[in-house]
Design a protein around this ligand. Sequence first.
Ligand SMILES: [Cu+2]
Length: 220
Amino acid sequence: MNSNKKAMNSNKKAIIAAAAIMAVIASASMILGIQTQKSQHALAQTSNRTAASASGAITMLPMTKPVMVTPSQTTKKEFWINTVHFDGITSLHAAVANPLSAQNTPLHPAENPPANSTVPSGGGFRIVLPNKVGAWDFRSFTFAPDQIIVNQGDEVTLHFVGVQGVHHLITVDGVGTFPLNRGEIHTVSFIANSPGTITFLCSVHLPNMIGQILVLPKSA
Ligand SMILES: [Cu+2]
């Protein structure tokens, strides 16, 4: 009997323990279930918002159609012309790998300045010979853009933007001359009455800081 009682007691304990485990599993799955439902609900809300914003807040613009302009048509044309210099900075010494640098730049070979090099006079080109660490530079000034096409009769507006180069002295043929310093914008407007070319240049940085406006003739 004693052994039976012990067995019954141990069975009861096992049943109680199993019930307790089942309760824990059930409550856990309920919690998980609720959480899943919440997640799904949140997702549904999110997708609803996306749908709402897609249908309301975000407006789809109609496709723009290209407008064909023929030389017989005149329009207003506006251009932003930046002062630019390109720099070919290099070194007498080959680049060395820097294990501390996050930038994995390929090794650059050593470069010597061209022997007996002369650059055209006028300030538009500049060569700076190697400094004490071997760096040297070849610089070229230009306008960006330097080629512009308009139609005869167009009302043309040019905004000259002083981006690079400390000082420029710019002439637009038939329009005028004006200084332009870095950080300044100077605007000129004119009507391109005659077909042909209109030159614009910077007298500080010739011969390369020069551009042309090609005026196409008005067709009959
Ligand atoms: Cu210039």
